[in-house]
Write a protein that binds this ligand. Structure first.
Ligand SMILES: [Zn+2]
Length: 70
């Protein structure tokens, strides 16, 4: 696969959208693996730092309501 940005050979894929990127065009990003309710009813999250991000896709800052699913 080729890098989304420069078309040189890619080294990884974006953890969010799947675009392929080379070493010069990836950006580090922190991401959540999962969020759950733990002891004492406390919300907890498992996070990962330095995952691959293409810099092109746009993670949204707020959840999107989807009431039509119920
Ligand atoms: Zn991406």
């Amino acid at each position: 696969m080729q890098c989304w940005h420069c078309e040189e050979p890619a080294r990884a894929s974006c953890s969010l959208c799947g675009r392929f990127v080379c070493k010069d065009h990836f950006k580090p990003f922190s991401s959540f693996l999962t969020i759950f309710v733990g002891e004492n009813n406390t919300p907890k999250a498992l996070a990962v730092a330095n995952v691959i991000w293409c810099g092109e896709c746009e993670p949204q800052p707020e959840p999107i309501a989807m009431p039509e699913l119920y």
